[in-house]
Design a protein around this ligand. Sequence first.
Ligand code: SF4
Length: 427
Amino acid sequence: MTQTLDSRALLSVNDVITAAPSSSCDAELARGPWDFDLAPGYGPGASEFDVIPTPVTRPGQLPTAYQRMSDDELHARIRAAKEKLGSDLVILGHFYQRDEVVQYADFVGDSFQLANAALTRPEASTIVFCGVHFMAETADILARPEQHVILPNLAAGCSMADMADEDSVETAWEELMEVYADEADADGLASVIPVTYMNSSAALKAFCGRNGGIVCTSSNAATVLEWAFARGRRVLFFPDQHLGRNTAKAMGVPLEQMPMWNPRKPLGGNTEADLIDAKVILWHGFCSVHKRFTVAQIDQARAQYPGCKVIVHPESPMPVVDAADASGSTDAIRKFVAAASPGDVIAIGTEINLVNRLAAENPDKTIFCLDPVICPCSTMYRIHPGYLAWTLDGLVEGEIRNEIVVADEVARDAKVALERMLAALPR
Ligand code: SF4
């Protein structure tokens, strides 16, 4: 029989945050996103070479009328616009997106699955990506030239993607090239291959494309590292240190050969000897959602539910991944849950919207989030239905709002790195 161990896990995350802001990791989440995304700028996670949308719309510029609309009116507008636009529109919803928005998605998945899903709808002139900035950029890179990609709220960025900006990576690259300048080229391998996680700006994907590098996702990171080791002596892995460390460790790379690169320090805070001995140089980045999971939470789940299964995302810290029964991408977590037996208790270390959805889809199993504090991806949470209604109404009126346009030369080089990833995967 399925046990309901934590009633919060079965509520919409929005209900929980609205009802009890103090139970979330950020009390500000209970406020309308327009209250806290007023800071000027293009929005976190943007590639610095992105073309500023025309007409210029910035975070916090959701018209007051939309801020004041009731939920019922917003949803009625979204439904009406969606019906009117028909096959001319495709809406993509990331696994971590809130339910009030994801219910309108034509496809729900991880960032790369969604960018590919959009390719199956060439008749759509507009792709509305209910995710974060780097995801919309990737969709724009892969979309047909005549297709427009919209991010409903330009302030929906990714704090991890922001941790590796292009200037810092270029500086790191120059320093590494100096360190490896005298390395003999006897084995035909490059000194270092840049590998960027999908969760990075288009500018960094382009950097990898230009420098013999490649993109990875959380589901193919090991395959991509194998590809890189066949071509280089080492890897510079950014922005997520945890995915890099967990993946390389599982492949047998010793921790001593995985120095951390802190962009604020000369040589990333390392000695030349460290860098010469390195196999994987890990950028000092992390996901603010996944770094919250702890071994103590796993111990507590097992004490409370002996025999429960624990699976965590590989963006979690290494001790957490080591203590769990399994780790894997969002897709792997979904498959793990699907393969479990009725009555199983499963503790999951990933974003709360996905965990809640899995709990609702699998009523024969008890599924809960390892973190007792409600902590959604706070930047993705900025895609409030108000922004979706406003951008869809704009399309109905013939106006494209919050378009994400990756500059042609950036898109060209980024595509090279993405295509290398696709070519590296087993067929
Ligand atoms: S969950 Fe973490 S890595 Fe994913 S979009 Fe949010 S901040 Fe970025």
